[in-house]
Write a protein that binds this ligand. Structure first.
Ligand code: BTN
Length: 324
């Protein structure tokens, strides 16, 4: 926490239910009582509703609905994920920014959020349409002590956290299309892009990019993806608070990450298969530039997709594009 304003918000957030006296704030922040009052007026200008009661002090009643480092921090119950948050109104891509920050040495768990992305990136160098503030566009820097071929497991781990978020907040059951798509009613509502930098036997850092189509109306999607994409709002019929979704997602992700290091990938495999899309169904898939057909059987204990080939053999697939 650097600025007086941030320290003040932090202090008020530790007194969510009670009042904090002007004198205590003035002592803790080392500013005059008049300066405290001016800071409160500035917070009100930014959309905070503050209750001030003589002889009791101050408390924040409601937060602004706009995303900022402060509004995401307020009420975020994580130990390390999102302790450092960097928010921009517009970026070319949070993924590019997070990679840059990671190279400059930012902390494990740093989260980069943008309201809009001008050149959002998807898997296989595809465009990710995100030049609007209806969605959640964020990238997380992680520094796990794992070997590079474990990295794809994190995509599946994140996909499950998103699926659980959807199940709880939308009361709908999503499907996970291997490796990185989250679908509701066969339409894509979220995507994950995992990139990493490392040596042969150790990851240096990983950047996990998450795009959630939250409050989009159908006509907000570009014509190329109109038939394929949907949003939380379209599927659940209501508008969502992006701040609350980000907080819930980060809390779930931190928990899932910790569980992974305690229990390994086996619990991830079982959970993933519960949401797995087209399991036991025949699909066409493109692998090493070849179009093939097979039946999806689930995922292997290392995260590879298991496909039963025409010869009735079960093959692990590490990279493929699945069609149906
Ligand atoms: C995909 O489904 O192909 C992956 C989409 C990932 C999109 C997110 S949005 C935040 C982050 N920044 C990007 O440019 N891409 C990822």
């Amino acid at each position: 926490m650097s600025s007086t304003r941030e320290k003040l918000i932090d202090l008020l957030s530790t007194h969510e239910t009670d009042f904090i006296s002007g004198q205590l704030i003035s002592d803790q922040l080392n500013i005059s009582r008049t300066a405290v009052w001016k800071q409160m007026k500035n917070l009100e200008k930014d959309g905070y509703a503050i209750e001030a009661v003589p002889n009791k002090g101050y408390r924040i009643i409601t937060q602004p609905t706009k995303i900022s480092e402060n509004t995401v921090h307020w009420g975020l119950k994580t130990e390390w994920l999102g302790k450092d948050i960097v928010h921009y109104t517009t970026l070319p891509s949070t993924q590019t920014k997070a990679n840059q920050l990671a190279q400059e040495g930012c902390s494990h768990g740093t989260v980069v959020i943008a309201d809009k992305q001008e050149t959002g990136r998807g898997r296989m160098n595809r465009k990710w349409y995100s030049n609007n503030d209806a969605g959640i566009w964020l990238s997380i820097v992680l520094r796990p002590k794992v070997v590079p071929n474990q990295a794809p497991q994190f995509t599946l781990l994140v996909a499950i956290a998103i699926a659980e978020l959807i199940e709880e907040e939308l009361e709908l059951t999503p499907s996970l299309k291997w490796p990185n798509d989250v679908l509701i009613n066969h339409k894509k509502v979220a995507g994950i892009l995992t990139e990493m930098q490392g040596e042969q036997d150790q990851i240096n850092y990983m950047v996990v990019g998450i795009g959630l189509n939250v409050n989009h109306q159908q006509d907000m999607f570009e014509s190329e993806i109109q038939q394929l994409a949907s949003s939380f709002k379209i599927e659940a019929g209501k508008t969502f608070s992006k701040i609350e979704l980000i907080q819930s997602l980060l809390q779930r992700l931190e928990q899932a990450y910790q569980d992974y290091f305690i229990n390994g990938f086996s619990s991830v495999k079982n959970k993933w298969e519960r949401y797995g899309y087209l399991i036991n169904q025949e699909v066409t898939y493109t692998n090493a530039n070849q179009k093939k057909q097979g039946i999806i059987k689930g995922i292997q204990s290392d995260g590879a997709l298991l496909i039963e080939t025409k010869m009735k053999q079960i093959e692990p697939i590490y990279s493929a594009e699945i069609n149906w």
